[in-house]
Design a protein around this ligand. Structure first.
Ligand code: HEC
Ligand code: HEC
Length: 202
């Protein structure tokens, strides 16, 4: 009986404590929440900063440092008239094809883009996974063999702007404080992925 009484008393104290907290709760205005800083009834009136793409033409632009080691570099020049990329018209390779890049002053498309990174995977008659001719238990091991170099641009790399994007000079609502840790000098200016693509892969 006594135990029940103590338990009840404790419950009452807790209840009072919790209610007390609710009363003292801080309130926030709608305008202080979210990124637009207006209430939801007027948020349609907020116009984002204008998109203002890089203007200097190819050959006259300043390259942008990589965001992190082996990040796809941003397109530093104007792409007016070069897009969209279609099966019959890829202007990017007109200048970036390694065969002509040096004469155009452009950075050549790297060897990774001339490599088939997709392993040949199939099932054998016993239902086992066969990858690159070997029976494996799982397909997560993506070691890239040397012979996967192609004589042409890999199909998966044809649509350049899927990974490389022009940049807009826009006022940021949220600052990005990320700072990349480059392992070697110069890794912020060019890529070395083909040399270390098998890094950490058993
Ligand atoms: C007329 C030649 C030309 C065309 C066409 C062209 N580029 Fe470029 N690109 C250059 C040059 C030259 C540079 C080096 C920076 C400069 O001088 O402006 C460059 C720089 C770049 C860079 C930065 C490389 C780095 O290491 O930082 C990327 C990425 C790029 N271009 C992608 C593209 C893509 C994608 C297209 C197609 C939409 C394209 N380029 C079309 C000539 C060209
Ligand atoms: C699937 C994503 C993807 C596509 C598509 C792609 N790239 Fe890349 N690109 C990358 C990445 C990631 C890197 C950096 C690592 C590396 O070298 O592979 C890179 C690097 C580059 C570089 C810098 C090379 C250097 O030596 O620093 C150039 C130039 C480039 N790409 C041009 C192109 C062009 C032109 C196309 C279209 C023909 C293209 N890329 C398509 C992801 C892509």
């Amino acid at each position: 009986m006594k135990i029940t009484k103590i338990a009840l008393g404790l419950a009452t104290v807790t209840a009072i404590f919790v209610t007390g907290c609710t009363i003292a709760q801080k309130t926030y205005s709608e305008e202080s929440l979210g990124l637009r800083k207006v209430d939801i009834y007027t948020e349609n009136s907020i116009v984002p900063d204008k998109t203002d793409y890089t203007k200097p033409a190819a050959g006259a632009s300043t390259k942008i440092d990589r965001a992190f080691e082996n990040a796809p570099p941003m397109i530093s020049h104007d792409v007016e008239g070069m897009l969209p990329i279609t099966i019959n018209n890829n202007q990017c390779i007109v200048c970036h094809d390694p065969a002509v890049a040096a004469s155009m002053g452009a950075v050549p498309v790297p060897l990774t883009h001339f490599t088939d990174l997709r392993p040949q995977t199939s099932l054998n008659e016993n239902g086992k996974i066969v990858k690159e001719g070997n029976v494996v238990d799982n397909t997560s091991d993506l070691k890239v063999p040397k012979q996967k170099e192609l004589a042409h641009l890999a199909g998966a790399r044809f649509n350049c702007t899927q990974c490389h994007a022009p940049q807009s000079d826009t006022k940021l609502i949220v600052e990005n404080n990320f700072e990349a840790d480059f392992r070697k000098d110069g890794d912020n200016k060019s890529s070395n992925l083909i040399d270390n693509i098998n890094e950490g892969v058993k």
